[in-house]
Design a protein around this ligand. Structure first.
Ligand SMILES: Cc1cc2nc3c(=O)[nH]c(=O)nc-3n(C[C@H](O)[C@H](O)[C@H](O)COP(=O)(O)OP(=O)(O)OC[C@H]3O[C@@H](n4cnc5c(N)ncnc54)[C@H](O)[C@@H]3O)c2cc1C
Length: 437
């Protein structure tokens, strides 16, 4: 069967290589969504009026190369390991090494710091392509690129860039540590404290649900430096693995994305130098909000890729392998309608994801678009992965194929980086503001 991605995005005849691709910055073509279904005003200083509208799924040459390269790496290098990694609930170190070698751990990091120097949409298509094969690997790349790298690029000073970015793009995985046992959706109720020392800061507290923790060497940690100021005391710090007092207290056993590590971290009198602050004191809440707004587009891409991976797996089976009543089961109209409906929903989710990514790149307000993309893509992932199991009958239910894994993995899309209720709240709040006289 022809590749679905190729049906949805233009072909690239160039040899895939992110490193090669990085030699030229991606050409971004902002979509004139302000004239279509956009409800956010266009940024005043960006005049897009001369641009010809293009299909939202049209990628630049470098973005296409990234998609092709990651797709090849995922199917050849990750695919054969997916089942074992899921059963062992462990990320194979060779996969992590391969991700760094391919240049997908520093997609937006400038070349001078060892990164690929590409744009946000290149990261989005990489996350999507990885999720088509393994959502666990996809979330590792997503958190590392869209949360950790972005936070340091955006809020770190020149010294922070020189210190952390080369490590993050060439061999050290990163984690983003906001959630705690007492603070999930209400993230800024966090209890981890920081205090000033003579030449730095001391951190005490616990973090929960931290993705990549087993593999990471660099942790962005949110702690309150001035609890009497409430959320305005929250500050972001960088803690390295091996710092005395830092420990991984527990690795969670999960329903899905089992190869992705999710851990509880303890900080007992963890002393860090002054230079390990990220951004300004008391501005951690702003960093967390802004970074997560962008990060949500990454999770939406992960869910879109997951849905496509599950759909493709089942489509191949019903249209090639399984016959009942003397014909392929995918030839029954009852099946065909469901398969077409699911594919349409995936395409719609993808359009929301790319639109949010392009709006971010164009400097437009994208917060509502990111929330809608994450909400909808996680709903589609759940529906499509569930249908894929059913379309394959008993073969979908057993742990031989990937349908049951995709079904389990899909649930996380409605939980992390803001639950579905929280996305709905964001969307409703922005709409209400817009429609209140
Ligand atoms: C596998 C995994 C990986 C994660 N990775 C990370 C990570 O790397 N870094 C990190 O900081 N965090 C991470 N998280 C944490 C994640 O972001 C939180 O789990 C999420 O924000 C929800 O918080 P909670 O689990 O405490 O649920 P709760 O906040 O307790 O929510 C429980 C339910 O109540 C609903 N609810 C809560 N408040 C409202 C409201 N105001 N209105 C309506 N409904 C509401 C929610 O929608 C949800 O259905 C991860 C979580 C998981 C499971």
């Amino acid at each position: 069967m022809a590749s679905i991605t190729r049906a949805l995005r233009p072909l690239s005849r160039t040899t895939p290589s992110a490193r090669l691709a990085s030699k030229r910055l991606a050409t971004v073509r902002p979509i004139q969504s302000a004239y279509a279904f956009s409800t956010t005003p266009r940024r005043r200083d960006a005049d897009l009026s001369e641009l010809t509208p293009t299909p939202i799924s049209l990628l630049s040459e470098t973005e296409t190369m990234m998609a092709d390269m990651v797709s090849k790496f995922a199917s050849e290098q990750i695919g054969p390991k997916v089942r074992d990694m899921d059963e062992a609930e462990t990320m194979d170190p060779s996969v992590v090494e391969g991700l760094f070698e391919q240049g997908v751990m520093g997609i937006e990091i400038p070349e001078e710091f060892g990164g690929a120097g590409m744009n946000f949409t290149a990261a989005i298509v990489a996350i999507e392509e990885l999720a088509r094969v393994d959502p666990s690997v996809s979330v590792m790349v997503d958190v590392h690129n869209t949360l950790v790298n972005t936070a340091i690029m955006k809020y770190g000073d020149a010294q922070a860039h020189r210190t952390w970015l080369p490590k993050l793009s060439t061999g050290t995985v990163g984690s983003f540590c906001l959630s705690e046992p007492v603070s999930g959706s209400d993230a800024f109720a966090l209890q981890t404290k920081a205090e000033k020392t003579a030449d730095g800061y001391k951190i005490n507290g616990s973090k929960m649900w931290i993705t990549n923790a087993m593999e990471s060497g660099i942790f962005i940690v949110f702690a309150n430096l001035n609890p009497s100021a409430g959320y305005k005391g929250i500050t972001a710090f960088i803690v390295e693995k091996g710092t005395p007092g830092f420990s991984i207290a527990k690795k969670e056993k999960k329903l899905g994305i089992r190869a992705s590590s999710t851990c509880v971290l303890n900080f007992d009198d963890v002393v860090i130098p002054k230079s390990n602050i990220l951004g300004e004191e008391g501005k951690g809440y702003k960093i967390a909000i802004e970074i997560l707004n962008e990060g949500r587009i990454g999770i939406a891409a992960q869910m879109t890729g997951l849905a496509l991976g599950a759909w493709e797996h089942a489509a191949r089976y019903v249209w090639n392998d399984r016959k009942q009543f003397g014909q392929l089961i995918g030839e029954f109209q009852g099946m065909q309608h469901q398969i077409a409906q699911a594919y349409t929903e995936i395409a719609a989710a993808r359009a929301l994801v790319y639109n949010a990514a392009r709006k971010k790149e164009a400097g437009q307000d994208f917060v509502k678009d990111a929330a809608m993309a994450k909400l909808y893509a996680s709903q589609v992932a759940g529906r499509v992965a569930g249908s894929a199991v059913e379309w394959m009958g008993g073969m979908g239910f057993v742990r031989e194929g990937i349908a049951e894994k995709m079904f389990r993995d899909s649930k996380i899309g409605a939980i992390y980086e803001g639950t579905s209720n929280i996305q709905l709240q964001t969307i409703a709040k922005m709409l209400q503001k817009q429609y209140t006289n």
